[in-house]
Design a protein around this ligand. Structure first.
Ligand code: NAD
Length: 458
C-alpha cells in the first residue's frame, strides 16, 4: 500500500512489502502552473507537422527497448507481475513505438472530400493540452496508449499515473523526455486529489483509464468546461463455451485469461458460461490447466501468477468468493489461504447472478463457471451486465460467430481472445467506456476536426 507523507509518495513491493522508492508528491496548488506550461509549449509543438513530431519521438522507442530489462525489473518490483511480463510490457511498448507513431501521423493527415461543385478538406487539429490519468495494472502500457496519440497529434500532455506505480511511470516519462522539447510531456504524482485538480485545470481532453467510479466523477467534473473525454473503464467480460468447441483450446484460454496478471486485467475473463452437455469435460480440462499457474514473487523463477496489487484488493476478491460460497457456489480448485497480498488461482462452480462475483468487477484470479442449457441462455446471461468491454465465444465457427454478434460488448473474440488486427480500436460498450482509442479512429479522438470547403473552379 502506498502512503503519502507531506512531501513523498512511497512505493512498496506487493510481494515482499519492501520499500522500492519514492517520488515527490505534486502540490495540488502547483497543478494550474504545470498545465499553463503545457499550454505554452503546445504552441511550438502543435505548429510542427504530425510527421515531424513522430520523427522526434521515434528514438524513444529504441531507448525503451534497450532498457527493457532494467525497466521491467522496476515494474515487477513495484507492481508484482512476473518479471518476463514486466520486461515484455516495456519491450513491447519500445519496439512497437515506431509503427505506432507512423500510424498516428497517417491518421491525422488532412483528407479531401469531393462534391459536384464543392471541395472540402478535413483537418485533424490538436485540441491543446491533454490529461492522461492511468491505472497500475499495465503501468507502462496504459500511459503509453494515451501519451503517444496525445503527443503525435500535436497536443501537449500532463500524465497523472497511479499512486501505486509512480516509479515506473516516472522512468517512462524520463525516457521520452530525453527526446521531447521541454514542457511537452510532464508528470504529476499523488492520489485522487492530484487527479481531480488536473481534471479541474485548464485542459482540453482527459484520457482516463481506470475504474467506473472514478470515470463517473471525472465525467461530472468535466461537464462544466465541456472537456473532451476518453474513458476506458472496468468490465465483467464473459466467456461462452458451446457444444462443438475445441475444449482444450477453450480451457487453455479460460485459465490464461482469468489468471494472467493475477486477474488484474480490464479484459480478464470474469464469467464463464458452458453448455451443460460439455461442462464436465471442460471443467476437468480447466482444473488441469489451473494447476500450472504457480503463485509467487514475480522476481522468482517459475512464478506464473504474482501477488495482487495490495491487501485491499485481495480482501475485495476473497469477500466476493465468500459471498458466492454462502449462496451455494463450490470451490473445485484452489481457494487455499495465502499470506500477504498473494491469492490462489481458484475455480468456482455453480455461480449465479444472485452473487456479487457475477455482477461486480472482481479483478482477481477466480474462474467462475455456470452451466447453461443452450446458446440463447448463454447470450442472455452474458449480456446481463452493466459492463461491455470484451468477451469471447468458443464453439463451431458459424455458431460462435453468430453468438459473438449478439453480445453487447465492444470487442469479442471468436475461438480466440479479443485482440484485433492492426488498426482496430480498443473500445468498450455500455458502462465500460465512453469514446475509445487506438487505430486511426481512436487516434483522431485526440483531435478537433475542422471542415474547410471551397467552390470548385468552373
Ligand atoms: P482507479 O480508478 O482507482 O484509478 C485510476 C487513476 O485515476 C489513478 O491514477 C487515480 O489516482 C486516479 N483517480 C482516482 N479517482 C479520481 C478522480 N475522481 N479524478 C481524477 N483522477 C482520479 O483505478 P485503478 O484501481 O488504478 O485501476 C483498475 C481499474 O482500471 C479497473 O476497473 C480496470 O478494469 C480499469 N482498467 C480499464 C482498462 C480499459 O482499457 N478499459 C484498462 C486498464 C484498467
Amino acid at each position: 500500500m502506498p502512503t503519502t507523507t507531506t512531501a513523498q509518495l512511497e512505493s512498496f513491493n506487493p510481494a515482499t512489502g519492501e520499500r522500492v522508492g519514492s517520488v515527490p508528491v505534486t502540490p495540488v496548488d502547483e497543478i494550474p502552473a504545470i498545465v499553463a506550461r503545457a499550454r505554452e509549449a503546445q504552441k511550438a509543438w502543435g505548429a510542427k507537422t504530425a510527421q515531424e513530431r513522430a520523427d522526434i519521438i521515434r528514438p524513444a522507442g529504441q531507448a525503451l527497448a534497450d532498457r527493457a530489462d532494467e525497466l521491467g525489473e522496476l515494474l515487477t518490483r513495484e507492481m508484482g507481475k512476473p518479471l518476463a511480463e514486466g520486461v515484455g510490457e516495456c519491450r513491447g511498448c519500445g519496439e512497437g513505438l515506431g509503427d505506432e507513431v507512423n500510424e498516428i501521423a497517417k491518421a491525422v493527415t488532412p483528407e479531401t472530400l469531393d462534391g459536384e461543385s464543392v471541395q472540402t478538406t478535413l483537418y485533424h487539429d490538436p485540441l491543446g493540452v491533454c490529461a492522461a490519468i492511468t491505472p497500475w495494472n499495465f503501468p507502462i502500457a496504459m500511459p503509453h496508449w494515451s501519451v503517444l496519440p496525445a503527443l503525435v497529434t500535436g497536443n501537449t500532455c500532463v500524465l497523472k499515473p497511479s499512486e501505486q506505480t509512480p516509479l515506473i511511470a516516472q522512468a517512462y516519462v524520463d525516457v521520452l523526455n530525453e527526446v521531447l522539447p521541454e514542457g511537452v510531456l510532464q508528470i504529476i504524482h499523488g492520489e485522487d486529489d492530484q487527479g481531480k485538480a488536473l481534471v479541474a485545470a485548464d485542459i482540453d481532453l482527459i484520457s482516463f483509464t481506470g475504474s467506473k467510479t472514478a470515470g463517473q466523477h471525472i465525467m461530472r467534473s468535466a461537464a462544466g468546461g465541456l472537456k473532451r473525454l476518453i474513458l476506458e473503464l472496468g468490465s465483467k467480460d464473459p466467456l461462452i463455451v458451446l457444444e462443438g468447441a475445441d475444449l482444450d483450446a477453450a480451457a487453455t484460454f479460460a485459465a490464461r485469461n482469468t489468471f494472467r496478471n493475477c486477474g488484474q486485467v480490464c479484459v480478464s475473463t470474469e464469467r464463464i458460461y458452458v453448455q451443460d452437455s460439455v461442462k464436465d469435460v471442460f471443467m476437468d480440462k480447466l482444473i488441469e490447466q489451473s494447476k500450472t499457474y504457480s503463485v509467487g514473487d514475480g522476481m522468482s523463477e517459475g512464478t506464473v501468477v504474482g501477488p495482487m496489487i495490495d491487501e485491499n484488493q485481495k480482501r475485495h476478491v476473497l469477500d466476493q468468493v465468500q459471498d458466492a460460497m454462502s449462496k451455494g457456489a463450490k470451490v473445485v480448485f484452489g481457494g487455499e489461504a495465502r499470506d500477504g497480498a498473494f491469492i490462489s488461482p481458484t475455480v468456482l462452480d455453480g455461480v449465479t447472478h444472485e452473487m456479487d462475483i457475477m455482477r461486480t468487477e472482481t479483478f482477481g484470479p477466480i474462474a467462475c463457471v455456470a452451466g447453461v442449457k443452450d446458446a440463447a441462455e448463454a447470450i442472455e446471461l452474458a449480456n446481463d451486465t452493466e459492463y461491455g468491454l470484451g468477451g469471447a465465444v468458443f464453439g463451431t465457427d458459424e455458431q460462435a460467430r453468430s453468438v459473438a454478434r449478439q453480445l453487447t460488448a465492444g470487442m469479442v473474440g471468436v475461438n480466440r481472445g479479443l485482440g484485433g488486427a492492426p488498426g482496430s480500436p480498443w473500445v468498450g460498450a455500455k458502462q465500460s467506456g465512453y469514446s475509445y482509442h487506438s487505430g486511426p479512429m481512436g487516434h483522431r479522438q485526440f483531435c478537433q476536426v475542422r471542415v474547410v470547403s471551397e467552390a470548385k473552379a468552373e
